[in-house]
Design a protein around this ligand. Sequence first.
Ligand code: EPZ
Length: 421
Amino acid sequence: MDAIRIRGGKRLSGKIHVSGAKNAALPILCATLLSEGESLLRNVPALRDIDTTAALLRFLGRKVDCAPPLVRISGGAQSRPEAPYELVKQMRASVMVLGPLLARHGRAKVSLPGGCQIGARPVDQHLKGLEAMGATIRLERGYIVAECKRLRGSEVVFDLPTVTGTENLMMAAALAKGRTTLVNCAREPEVEELGRVLNKMGARVSGAGTDVIHIEGADELEPFDHAIISDRIEAGTYMVAAAAAGGDVLLEGAPLEDLEAVSARLRQAGVEVGREGDCVRIRRDPDRPLRAIDVTTAPHPGFPTDMQAQFMVLMCLAQGTSRIVETIFENRFMHVPELVRMGAHIDVDGHTAHVHGGHALSGAIVMATDLRASASLVIAGLVASEETDVLRVYHLDRGYEHMERKLAQLGADTTRIQSDM
Ligand code: EPZ
């Protein structure tokens, strides 16, 4: 299996391009199930999760030409509305085919995604919403079996903001009869982006990106041609990497407007964050001490849970103790034991990690099982003395396009190697 070898201690400088947003591409690819004809998706990142979704769409009867940054999807007359366990278990976001398949074909059989390393990840909100729209849902041998001749517009109040739950129901409502109001929605930019695409397809969506979304369903939807937004979490990851390693980096296409919480925390820690043309510029003198600050993750526009592991590495370098609280997922500190093996001083108490900064990190062989935890270990390798091997980078390849190449472009000593571990 592939690993990434990092020789730490190099400052970063130069410019890299931020790729298209994984968490925008995934729901939009599922939205192609709502119409026939050929849809074009542009600025798609070359990631494992995109390949997994392409495989799922092919299984569902679509013709998919997946050549990132362009993905072409066509067909759709005969769809087999079933998503099997072996595909869904690879990527939980596959549950987002449920809404479109049910809305378009009147029935759907989708494997329950099951839990993952960061938590139980239930989908009860997705199912409650579809039932409110008239679906009958039953669980059969690990599968969700949903049926409804025609979904009807209704009011759905989420018990808590769920990103893919909001997106699943937006797509279902786009072909429902009448008007649907979704309340207590996730406000992530990727939700807003899906609203733009559904409007291109002929639905009438308003309020996407706020906590109340109205959708006027259509009888039929059209294919679309759309270039997706840049990936704010990829951009945030490289912002933290530049802050940790020190240097002067330009991130082309970084959506600074969607990274307010991350930028604010970086500035509080003593990092310079600014806009330069269509780039974000990150500058930090590695000889200038970083301030330890507290962070609590929250739904957008709060500090993203997907940036928690990366930011923790930066706090390992700061003067003082930082308190990091993870409020979204129940088990998202798996990077901690690996960082401790590299010399970090971190105490975990339930959902709170106390990071005692100011201790030098040293290279090690490390491994994570969560996409963002893997990214944090690469960042730790950038600042650690000697050599760090981050194993099982297939986790990283799910959400980061050629991370070792982009870092090497900025002057890091990072290479992809084969490992038998
Ligand atoms: C999306 O996952 C993202 N994935 C995740 O990014 C991200 O971490 C997460 O939102 C939170 O921001 C995609 O967009 C493909 P949720 P999602 O439903 O939708 C609970 C990455 O690294 N919940 O917003 O699955 C849930 O347990 C990935 O790119 C229910 O209780 O997350 C969690 O505690 C990781 N019932 C909270 O809500 C439900 O029916 C938020 O989860 C649904 C969710």
